[in-house]
Write a protein that binds this ligand. Structure first.
Ligand SMILES: [Mg+2]
Ligand SMILES: [Zn+2]
Ligand SMILES: [Zn+2]
Length: 207
């Protein structure tokens, strides 16, 4: 059997029946899910810490794929915040989301400063490749959503679709986004788009 597009032979049999990997949505934390102010880091995380519409958006998004949070907490590496503060923030976020019945499959945190030249800082795809292996994610049908050009570069480096949101630092860095990507006002609009596309794909497959 040949591909109708390129003419290449397609392997039949078991490969054809293999399930595609699962889609995932990789979310940035600061400026995308929660307010990006440094003062908020020592305060306990509550529902109010989340940007408007984020909880609703996540409830919708978890039907479209596994949710992950990928965050650079470079403040730790720079000595601006303690590791404990960064961990408390991340755990607090997860706890609130859990209480709202939103399941984050895993939160990946890089605590290094960029000058440390670590392997895990965004836009390096390290954590996404880890998620791919660990959870059988199909990166090509997955999304990265964030308010920083690094998040879009991350999507590009990992072969995902990038969505830039204009919350957090989004507006400020808008002109620095050099890679073509989708742009939305906030996570709620991004979720709307993803869920719509998702449904369309499903209906096409059913036809
Ligand atoms: Mg951010
Ligand atoms: Zn790192
Ligand atoms: Zn910024």
């Amino acid at each position: 059997m040949a591909c109708v597009l390129c003419g290449d032979q397609i392997k039949t049999g078991s490969t054809m029946d293999d399930k595609r990997g699962r889609p995932a949505i990789f979310l940035d934390l600061n400026g995308t899910l929660i307010d990006d102010s440094n003062e908020s880091i020592t305060e306990p995380v509550t529902v109010k810490s989340f940007l408007p519409g984020v909880i609703y958006a996540l409830k919708r998004l978890q039907n479209a794929g596994l949710l992950f949070i990928i965050t650079n907490q470079s403040g730790v590496g720079l000595g601006l915040i303690s590791k404990e503060d960064a961990d408390r923030l991340v755990l607090g976020v997860n706890k609130v989301l859990e209480s709202m019945e939103i399941k984050i499959t895993e939160i990946f945190t890089c605590r290094h400063a960029r000058r440390d030249l670590c392997e895990c800082i965004k836009p390096k795809p390290y954590f996404l490749l880890k998620a791919q292996q660990k959870y059988g994610i199909d990166l090509s049908c997955s999304f990265v959503i964030g308010d920083h050009p690094h998040d879009i570069e991350l999507a590009c480096n990992a072969g995902c679709k990038g969505i830039y949101v204009l919350t957090g630092h989004g507006k400020k860095h808008r002109n620095e986004v050099k890679i073509p990507c989708l742009m939305f006002n906030d996570l709620q609009d991004a979720a709307e788009y993803i869920c719509k596309t998702d449904n369309q794909q499903v209906s096409v497959e059913r036809d």
